[in-house]
Design a protein around this ligand. Structure first.
Ligand SMILES: CC(C)(COP(=O)(O)OP(=O)(O)OC[C@H]1O[C@@H](n2cnc3c(N)ncnc32)[C@H](O)[C@@H]1OP(=O)(O)O)[C@@H](O)C(=O)NCCC(=O)NCCS
Length: 180
């Protein structure tokens, strides 16, 4: 999967991205609500090496780059469902210097467009810690609905944390697109 937007190019992670991926994902502001927190650049290298072709039931990760410079500013993870028609899950991270500029929204709008309009996806969801205010706002801005709030359901980095699920169906995406 490759996506191009007005400002971004979203494509495969390359071996030479390891330093930038590590710098982004090891930043405490980015790592706070994430399961994967690389402690050393070697972990980012191994993560990139382990990337496989998109396949049912597995996560794959893409680099988010600025088209103007080619710089890696974040990453987008997608998990295709094991059974066709079930929900596609995503996760997104941006380096702090590139937050607050609409890049995450732009990347996800492109993902929704490709998934719903070209690839036949039926439903997309994301899971977020409710303390993660910028991510909650991002998901709402995409027209996603909050479907569930699981209290203290995940053990993450030494504490039980809540998990909120947001989702959108293809018909909801198309209705919103037609209304705007
Ligand atoms: C979640 C995360 C990707 C959201 O990033 P973000 O930069 O807040 O989201 P966007 O790129 O959509 O930017 C939206 C903000 O940019 C502003 N903005 C500026 N220019 C904009 C433009 N051209 N278009 C849209 N929004 C724009 C918006 O007003 C909004 O600001 P606000 O939050 O003050 O209202 C980011 O906070 C992050 O990487 N967090 C750490 C990793 C993480 O926790 N990920 C979640 C796990 S799924």
């Amino acid at each position: 999967m490759q996506l191009t937007t007005a400002r971004l190019s979203i494509d495969r992670l390359r071996a030479e991205d390891a330093d930038d991926l590590f710098a982004c994902r090891a930043d405490p502001a980015v790592a706070r609500y994430q399961g994967w927190r690389p402690a050393r650049v070697e972990e980012a290298r191994a993560f990139i090496d382990a990337q496989a072709e998109p396949a049912p039931g597995l996560w794959f990760q893409r680099a988010i780059r600025l088209r103007a410079s080619g710089a890696l500013i974040g990453d987008l993870g997608v998990c295709l469902p094991a059974t066709p028609g079930e929900s596609v899950e995503f996760g997104i991270s941006l380096a702090p210097a590139h937050q607050g500029r609409g890049y995450a929204r732009e990347a996800l709008q492109a993902l929704f467009h490709q998934g719903f309009d070209a690839l036949g996806w039926r439903r997309i969801h994301a899971s977020v810690d409710p303390r993660n205010a910028s991510c909650m706002a991002l998901l709402q801005s995409l027209g996603m609905r909050q479907e569930a709030h699981f209290r203290e359901s995940l053990w993450l980095h030494g504490e039980w944390v809540d998990d909120v699920v947001f989702a959108i169906l293809v018909r909801e995406w198309k209705a919103e697109a037609n209304a705007s």
